[in-house]
Design a protein around this ligand. Structure first.
Ligand code: GAP
Length: 541
């Protein structure tokens, strides 16, 4: 199965089975926005609940896993999406959170500067950089087709043009070279503008003021709500450093080229922890969170072979970071050997608390835009509040360092969907082989935990099945199905990833036992009706 084929099939499967729909589809859709259908809602909720349970609730302060520097507490927050605009000034987002983009004067399309790829093509001493936005698998085909059209040649004339070996992105060309290029969706040379900065924050207006005084932004990350509440959290709880604050919520980024299903969307959910610790211990905590977060994905079923932890190079680091590692996954829409970011774990030092307090310059000494008053003196840009921490046992006062594991709920869900999607060959009763889909979700995140199936719709079987269904439903999301042959009903559940099917059959009428069938191994065993709930419970945790 080719890569694009697999992604097309996954997207179609998600739509047909109610995992995901394009937002506003009946009006032609809105690029970069996705709706979660009945199964998608459950899958995503289970992912977020697993994260909350494992990261927030289920850490044992008295018996830390190996290599944790000391014990710690966790608390939660739920902050607003629209915050005081000064938050974004001090965080650096107002001045630094941008992508470079180029516009096509002819088609009015906009592209991210670093995402437009192409190759130099020469014909009759004319050298043109032919670009493409096609998926990697179709890149060469698209470039060839467009080069032939540009030079007015037919397919049989392919020998008359020379392609240079390397595929380059636009940001690798000099500005003089960029004059001689063919934009991705046009047939005229030289229609792309020079790169310009494009801030990724969505702007809105608060209250009745429509002018700049009322301007505000939809948050591009949940993290800042945690930083600006640091003092509130410390003052309102008995918490002591080191501790973490967890938050799950929507973030918005006006991405120039949303792509690859939900991988890069304009509205998405983040699951972020800001972990506050003593500066002397921050290097150890950074290691701890990197390992802990990587293990979480493995425990929920992502294949170790397709996961990696990659430390950022110095020139890749964000303005706030003194070290960042990405957890990356080999998503099937990427060319072989390439990985996409699932989550970043950043060592942010004391940048955030200091910025929100003092309005400092960023650690790389890149000045944030300086506001001046009427006399031309720089305005104090921080909140002016003391965001240091005093340890009441040692009386030491310091600005805590922050380690930030920042995950995307939608991106995690996409990775779990890609990992789960499996095509198997099954033989029908007629001996014919048929290809069908099994979604091999880890039971903890599967939308339905079990399905209850009476073998036939008579002899009291539906009544017993309804009794079991009722008992299970109090604890988990369960499905009831009495229509079609039993094999078909198993396949229906495999297709949506239900890990267990419970069948009421003629033996049940004799000894009150039922069959449990496991999705991946298709193994079956019998248990008494009274132990069904416990049996499923023990297997899905
Ligand atoms: N507070 C740090 C921060 O926001 P980030 O690397 O920009 O860091 C963290 O984002 C995570 O949020 C990413 O690893 C990814 O999982 C998710 N994310 C970021 N932008 C996204 C987008 N446009 N669509 C979907 N998920 C996104």
């Amino acid at each position: 199965m080719t890569v694009e084929n697999l992604m097309d099939k996954l997207v179609a499967h998600c739509k047909a089975n109610g995992f995901m729909f394009q937002s506003s589809e009946i009006y032609g859709g809105l690029n970069g926005f996705w709706d979660y259908g009945p199964l998608g809602v459950e899958l995503k909720r289970n992912i977020k609940e697993a994260w909350w349970k494992d990261m927030y609730q289920n850490h044992n302060e008295l018996a830390q896993p190996q290599n944790a520097p000391s014990t710690y507490d966790m608390v939660g927050l739920d902050c607003t999406i629209i915050m005081h605009p000064q938050v974004w000034k001090c965080s650096g987002h107002y001045d630094l959170f941008h992508d470079y983009m180029v516009d096509c004067r002819k088609t009015k399309k906009r592209y991210r500067f670093d995402q437009v790829r192409g190759r130099w093509v020469t014909h009759d001493q004319k050298r043109v950089f032919v670009t493409t936005m096609a998926e990697p698998e179709q890149e060469q085909e698209d470039i060839t087709r467009r080069a032939l059209k540009l030079f007015n040649l037919r397919s049989k004339d392919i020998e008359k043009i020379q392609f240079e070996e390397r595929v380059l992105t636009l940001d690798k060309l000099t500005s003089a070279e960029r004059a001689n290029l063919l934009g991705p969706d046009t047939d005229e040379i030289g229609t792309l503008t020079d790169p310009r900065e494009f801030n990724l924050m969505f702007k809105t207006y608060v209250g009745a003021l429509s002018g700049e005084e009322g301007a505000a932004f939809l948050r591009p990350e949940t993290a800042q709500g945690i930083f600006v509440n640091f003092k509130n959290v410390v003052d309102s709880t008995r918490i002591r450093v080191p501790f973490g604050v967890a938050q799950i919520g929507k973030s918005f980024r006006n991405e120039i080229t949303p792509r690859n299903f939900t991988f890069r969307s304009r509205e998405f959910e983040q699951m972020e922890i800001e972990f506050f610790c003593h500066p002397n211990q921050s290097a150890d905590w950074y290691q701890y969170w990197r390992n802990r977060r990587l293990q979480w994905y493995k425990d929920l079923g992502l294949d170790s072979e397709r996961l990696r932890l990659r430390e950022h190079e110095q020139d890749e680091l964000s303005h706030y970071s003194c070290g960042t590692a990405d957890i990356e996954y080999a998503f099937p829409f990427l060319p072989p050997g390439e990985y996409g970011e699932l989550e970043g774990i950043a060592h942010r030092g004391d940048f955030d608390l200091r910025s929100h307090s003092e309005g400092k310059l960023d650690p790389k000494k890149r000045p944030l835009e300086v506001e001046v008053d009427e006399q031309g003196s720089p305005r104090h840009r921080g909140s002016g509040k003391d965001l240091t921490y005093r340890d009441d046992l040692t009386s030491e006062r310091f600005t805590p360092h922050v380690i930030e594991p920042s995950a995307g709920a939608d991106r995690a869900m996409l990775a779990f969907l890609c990992q789960a999607y499996t095509e198997v060959q099954s033989s029908e009763s007629g001996g014919k082989f048929e290809s069908r889909v099994v979604m091999r979700f880890h039971p903890r995140i599967a939308p339905y935990k079990a399905a209850v199936l009476p073998l036939v719709k008579k002899d009291g079987m539906p009544e017993i099945a309804a009794e079991i269904y009722g008992a299970l439903k109090k604890k988990f999301n369960v499905f009831y199905d009495e229509k079609a042959a039993i094999g078909k009903r198993y396949w229906r559940q495999d297709k949506i990833g239900t890990p267990y099917c419970i069948t009421v059959d003629s033996q049940t009428l004799v000894d009150r036992t039922v069959t449990i069938r496991e999705r991946d191994s298709m193994e079956q065993w019998r248990v008494p009706i009274d132990s069904v709930v416990a049996e499923i419970e023990k297997r899905i945790c």
